[in-house]
Design a protein around this ligand. Sequence first.
Ligand code: SF4
Ligand code: SF4
Length: 539
Amino acid sequence: MSEAAPKPEELVQINYDPPRRDWRNAHVDYRKGTFCYSAAAKNLRYLDLPNPRDWQPFDKNWKLPPNWREIILQGMKERLQKFRSFRLFMDICVRCGACADKCHFFLGSADPKNMPVLRAELFRSVYRRYFTLSGRIFRGLAGGRELTEDVLKEWFYYFYQCTECRRCSVFCPFGIDTAEITMMVRELLNLVGVNTNWVLEPAANCFRTGNHLGIQPHGFKDSIDFAVDELEEITGIRVEAPINRKGAEILFVVPSADYFGTPHYYTLLGYLMLFHEIGLDYTFSAYASEGGNFGLFSSHEMMKRLNAKIYAEAQRLGVKWILGGECGHMWRVVHQYMDTLNGPADFLEEPVSPMTGTRFENARTTRMVHICEFTADLIHNHKLKLDPRRNDHWKVTYHDSCNPARAMGLLEEPRYILRNVSNQFYEMPENTIREQTFCCGSGAGLGTDENIEMRLRGGLPRANAVKYVRDKHGVNLLTCICAIDKATLPTALEYWTPGVEVGGIHELVGNALVMKGEKERTTDLRGEPLHQKEAAVHA
Ligand code: SF4
Ligand code: SF4
């Protein structure tokens, strides 16, 4: 845990009394623990982004280009013409306040500028000043604000305290998507070289090696081979995990954390077991070795470039369609932007499960199916032999990862799988799950150590709901289907709700899956002895 994080008893003292100062005062205190560091110049150079230099948000001089204001205003003008949604979201907010208390960052910090309506107003006020008639004439009287350096610094602070989770949008009567406003502001900041390293380094790595972590093809192969060896020890079965195999039926794409992080890695083991058991004709790609897309957190252009490599690989390898693993923002990009960015992918076939014959009509244009849809369909058609007792050491709850839930409506399939692979599944309170799920507090590139206080504040509402099921039912495992959740929720839970671990759904599928010819299972996929855990639970 970072030194910058205060104790939970201190952090939970949240005072919601509104401050007295005028919200139009743009001064920001860049306090340690509440912001992300700037992007390294080498990453900007690699990505051909403007104004590479050494600077930090707490510096007085941000070394902006001399004409930075003109660049931003020109960028706004172009985007207002290009994106109808952007102009609409600028104009239609009636400031009803329905979204005000829906953001986890506001709930965890009580900073009014973390209310979605006020966060957007930090930007909308500048729009009003320069792009509406009343604002141009009456300026401040019409709710306009001048674009000053302090305003720019305030944008950087608050639009990197939005995880683009879209919970607020669920409650907005006009459907205003604050995440899209955040994306637009970040895109404009990029034009003058104001960006964070936690977003741009993964993007730069992706261009170099195909994945966020910068793992070279041989490193990718090594980790997949390692997983195959480990599975042989656990099950007695040697599975195949083909890479770059031309002519396979399906390209399988996962977030890179699945083969290099824990607890993600146990999910990878689950996939490999499943594919072996059903005899799936598939391949990984050493270049499309990343499903995640940090372009979503920086600019439309970056998002398009990163998404394109998955489809380029599908074409090069000659597969029929694409299957995607447990990832969050990969699915927001595929489900809501891919068709416009790079689609339709009509060189691929409309996905049909080779085991059940089910046609995945929702993937008719993207040609990409979510692993939970795929597995739920296998279970529904009785294609898997499952023994849920092998997960009896877990009392399970499910965190709807924001993007699969709100961006693609994947609500039932994960629960259907969980009910089939586990005997003890408990839901968190209704207003914290499904479409209303609370974010992990660290998405959209905010999951850095230096930002730890803000992450913990943002993670409080989710952790609080987990505490409810931990205390009521003894829940000890939070499952989710997003690589960022799996990376950041362990920290938030250890801090707010100790005693609850984090895992993927396909980890539990792997535990429960009875494979033909397997040896007697003595451990779960974490290598923990099954019988001892069961004994402890039953004691
Ligand atoms: S709920 Fe919608 S209309 Fe109401 S204040 Fe929030 S963004 Fe504006
Ligand atoms: S973090 Fe989520 S709830 Fe908060 S403003 Fe951003 S999109 Fe809305």
